[in-house]
Design a protein around this ligand. Structure first.
Ligand code: PSV
Ligand code: MN
Ligand code: MN
Length: 424
């Protein structure tokens, strides 16, 4: 299904007067609203192809209804999100969960929906049917050369899929590590991973980026071979200028200062991409902004500061991606909430008065510095987001429109109640 422009306009109509009133108020408060709206229109967040169905935990999965049964239907879902919020104009694919067997066709479907292909994701954390060497004890860092070679070949294959689709980046999340002390030699594991990454890097087209994602724990619970940003930075620094660190918000030890990590990676010119989600305990993969919206704002505050200092384009010089899982919510509603939370934090960070903040910092005025940040965080920027959507042809209130237009009900009618998302 696709949402007709007229239907979106019909949903917007009764909301327009109140929206204009709120926007007018903000315009009086904020001098550069037009600049923020323009940045919001350009800012797109990629939806992961694995987040369109119900996730689950190791204890169970409770599927929703009308889930996408193919890659085409996943793109269709993202197209629906994008039509409503005009901020989800990209997809991040996981291979082999979503193999684009007919790349030209998949490209055409995506372009018709206004979607780009963000980073491709390889998968050497599961064994696939017929696979010669098992990844039970690792892949790119495995002690066995042939297993490593198999994992390298897979990544090169993923790059080829990405080339056919017009993607420009490969994300490697390496689950390798150990569950028990003594199980592996840390130095040799690092060397093996580095050598394997190096071979993949050799196969990377000149205009591509390689993102190395780190994670402190899970599925290995004693050590992870790319366990934190320091280890990722070591790899990406040794690999070369096309290699960058990817920050997944759920991949840190409790209470890690992620905003400081972001600032320093940016300073080094080595921050390349994001996986947004939220969590209270571990890699919970909850809706972005559901638990710690202030942390999200502080991260965006550093992103804006650091990107501007390096003259980076907000919209294009970073891979903005969601990596979430939905156990109790409708995945599409959840993703609408996540995209909204990301854009709110982005807009609030754009509000921060940088000159005033720098002055407060130079004067060691901790009170004023906090006031400046929290003033921005406590400003309701939602009218700016709504205006950006409106100008781009989206809905003033995407979630309300999703429900009013009975999108899920229509998908269930088309796909059936028992349709279960392919992939994960
Ligand atoms: C691992 O926890 C991760 O965050 C990686 O990005 C994977 O590719 C993704 O989740 C999906 O399993
Ligand atoms: Mn991730
Ligand atoms: Mn994760």
């Amino acid at each position: 299904m696709q949402i007709d422009q007229h239907r979106i306009a019909a949903c917007n109509e009764p909301l327009t007067a109140a929206h204009q009133r709120r926007l007018q108020f903000l315009r009086q408060e904020i001098p550069h609203t037009e600049d923020i709206i323009a940045k919001l229109i350009a800012f797109q967040v990629a939806i992961p192809s694995w987040a369109l169905g119900t996730g689950g935990t190791r204890f169970g999965r409770f599927p929703g209804w009308g889930e996408p049964r193919s890659l085409e239907e996943k793109l269709e879902d993202i197209g629906l999100l994008h039509a409503l919020n005009r901020g989800s104009g990209a997809v991040s694919l996981h291979i082999p969960w979503d193999i684009p067997s007919n790349a030209a066709h998949i490209r055409a479907v995506a372009s018709q929906l206004g979607l780009q292909f963000d980073a491709m994701n390889s998968n050497t954390f599961q064994d696939q049917p017929g696979q010669e060497h098992s990844y039970k004890f690792g892949s790119l860092a495995h002690t066995d050369k042939y297993t490593r070679q198999q994992a390298i070949a897979h990544n090169l294959e993923v790059i080829q899929y990405g080339r056919d689709l017009g993607s420009k980046a490969l994300t490697i999340w390496l689950s390798d590590g150990s569950c028990f002390p003594g199980q592996l030699n840390f130095r040799r594991a690092f060397d093996n991973a580095l050598e394997s990454f190096g071979e993949i890097y050799q196969g990377l087209p000149d205009d591509w980026k390689l993102f190395i994602e780190y994670k402190a724990f899970e599925p290995n619970f004693y050590s992870t071979t790319v366990g934190d940003w320091g280890q990722s930075l070591l790899y990406t620094s040794k690999l070369g200028p096309k290699a960058f660190t990817l920050v997944d918000l759920g991949h840190h030890l409790p209470n890690a200062n992620i905003e400081q990590i972001v600032a320093l990676l940016l300073r080094e010119g080595k921050l390349g991409g994001f996986h947004f989600n939220d969590s209270k305990y571990g890699d919970d993969d909850l809706t972005v902004g559901a638990i710690r919206p202030y942390q999200l704002f502080l991260i965006f505050n550093e992103l804006i500061e650091g990107m501007d200092a390096r003259h980076m384009q907000h919209a294009t010089d970073m891979g903005w991606m969601i990596d979430a899982s939905h156990n109790v919510k409708d995945p599409l509603e959840d993703l609408l909430q996540s995209v909204e939370a990301i854009r709110i934090a982005y807009a609030q960070a754009l509000l921060v008065d940088r000159d005033q903040l720098t002055a407060a910092q130079n004067n060691n005025d901790a009170v004023l510095a906090q006031e400046i940040l929290q003033h921005a965080f406590r400003t309701d920027v939602r009218p700016l987001l709504a205006e950006a959507r409106l100008r781009a042809g989206g809905a003033l209130d995407p979630l309300a429109a999703f429900r009013q237009e009975k999108v899920r009900e229509q998908l269930v009618r088309e796909r059936g109640k028992t349709a279960i998302a392919t992939g994960l």
